[in-house]
Design a protein around this ligand. Structure first.
Ligand SMILES: *Cc1c(COP(=O)(O)O)cnc(C)c1O
Length: 485
């Protein structure tokens, strides 16, 4: 092993607070009561709740120890393909935590939240600009929610034009949420095989297109990290038969400020603010999946929409009779939108440079590692590249073993076994925020793992060996979760 950054030293065991508590311990002493005492109403005097009693130091150590079991962007590189696990500048968190924002109640009258409404309006405007679309809603709360919203918009559009269509074409490289969103909206997803270059073939789309196809769902760049070079032609083919083009824009980190999907014939798309625009994710926290549309779909967008009234003040308007209605309570994930606003404002035209660096970093890893790990498609990639375990198989080493061994070297494993079109896929997305030193260290780790596969495969099959827990039974972890800790 060379230059290993992982260590298992002084990562401490920690019981539940209930096991740790002792009667009479206190972390807080309330001031002396200076009012008279009154008996509690009867319904409030049952058994006291089971709350552990702890000292301040017990509580501080408990949560600090638990935090050390966690791995995040603030700890190290997290090259999880298709997830854009990049470092998010803390300044954007700071703006979102300003008390004027955190204290605003969602039912405040418009006259008392003009600043927030302005931020929603401007964020929507910036996202329209970045995507090359005409209008945007920040209401959907995640990527998959944006997809469903987009499908509902396509459905509303066709219904308005009295066109009955039942199918959505989805390439075989798509994220699993794509066919699921189409199906949830009542459409039948029809898979499209990608070609030998890992992208869509216009001829293949043409062969599948008929009047029953409501649209196509395209991820661009796709989940192989490849740019869909024929998207413009494909959009023409789909439009010619009355279909619409949906773009899954979760991979926008590769092309911000460089490619406008609207210019390539896309009618509707979503973005993942919690991937590309500075909201950390992975812990199930709030996300945001804004949907941007061309003019012909704008009348169907969810309400209420933030509009400018005659008096120059922002208003929430539900006066859009063709709208699909609400897709979320209140106004969307406002904290996430504020972070995106702060990120876009602070980056300005440098957004394009961030994308260029994301692409450069992925290509750097691809070139440096392709002798050691089999490269699924040997051609320039965008923000991520997909390897496989094809070279390691002869030593009885699988993608899972490689991923688990990376933990011993101090790296979060990449995405594995996705996309499905590459058997044993290892999907690496370094993002723009990793330095060349970090990338080199990651290359060193994978090169030494490739060497271990040849010389000492057992060490890989039993990895990880330095982490707090060893290899878990992932099926049992999902099927029989132990929720008691
Ligand atoms: C992450 C991702 C999604 C889903 O986004 P969520 O916010 O997790 O729902 C959809 N498509 C692609 C390509 C993605 O990478």
């Amino acid at each position: 092993m060379s230059r290993v950054t992982a260590s298992s030293g002084l990562i401490l065991e920690e019981p539940l607070l209930w096991e740790k508590g002792k009667k009479g311990r206190r972390g807080f002493s309330p001031p002396e009561r200076d009012v008279g005492s009154h008996p509690l109403a009867e319904e409030l005097t049952g058994d006291p709740p089971d709350i552990p009693e702890l000292s301040e130091v017990d509580v501080v150590r408990h949560y600090t120890r638990l935090s050390q079991w966690n791995f995040g962007l603030d700890t190290g590189m997290y090259p999880l393909g298709s997830c854009t696990m990049k470092y998010n500048p803390k300044t954007n968190e700071r703006q979102a935590s300003l008390s004027g924002f955190t204290g605003a109640h969602p039912l405040l009258p418009e006259s008392l939240c003009q600043g927030l409404l302005k931020i929603i309006s401007e964020t929507e405007h910036y996202l329209s600009e970045i995507t090359g679309m005409d209008e945007t809603t920040i209401q959907p709360s995640a990527g998959a929610h944006g997809e469903l919203t987009g499908m509902l918009l396509i459905h509303a559009f066709h219904e308005h034009h009295e066109a009955r269509k039942s199918k959505i074409i989805v390439p075989d490289t798509a994220h699993g949420t794509n066919p699921a969103s189409a199906a949830l909206c009542g459409y039948t997803p029809v898979p499209l095989r990608s070609n030998e270059h890992g992208i869509m073939d216009p001829e293949a789309v043409e062969a599948m297109m008929d009047e029953d196809v409501a649209g196509i769902m395209v991820t661009n760049p796709n989940t192989l990290g490849l740019f869909e070079e024929h998207l413009h032609r494909i959009a023409d083919i789909v439009h010619a038969k009355g279909g619409l083009v949906y773009c899954d824009g979760a991979n926008m980190n590769a092309v911000m400020g460089i490619v406008k999907m609207g210019d390539l014939g896309v009618d509707v798309m979503h973005l993942n603010l919690h991937k590309t625009f500075s909201t950390p994710h992975g812990g199930g926290g709030p996300g945001s999946g804004p949907v941007a549309v061309k003019k012909h779909l704008a009348p169907f967008l969810p309400v209420p929409r933030v509009v400018m009234g005659d008096d120059g003040a922002f208003e929430l308007s539900s006066n859009f009779p063709l709208s699909i209605g609400r897709v979320l309570a209140f106004h969307g994930s406002i904290g996430v939108a504020i972070k995106a606003y702060s990120y876009i404002r602070s980056m300005g035209p440098d957004l394009a440079q961030a994308s260029r660096l994301a692409v450069l970093n992925a290509n750097y890893l691809k070139e440096r590692l392709k002798e050691d790990l089999h490269l699924a498609y040997d051609r320039p990639c965008m923000h991520e590249c997909v390897f496989s375990d094809a070279f390691q198989k002869e030593y009885g080493v699988s993608t899972l073993d490689i991923a688990k061994r990376l933990i011993d070297y101090g790296f979060h494993p990449p995405t594995v076994y996705f996309p499905l079109v590459v058997p044993g896929a290892v999907m690496v997305e370094p993002t723009e925020t990793e330095s060349i030193e970090n990338l080199d260290q990651f290359v060193d780790a994978l090169q030494s793992i490739a060497k271990e596969a040849r010389e000492n495969p057992d060490v890989l099959r039993s990895a990880p060996s330095l982490s707090k827990l060893r290899r878990l039974d992932e099926v049992a972890a999902a099927r029989k979760p132990c929720l008691a800790g």
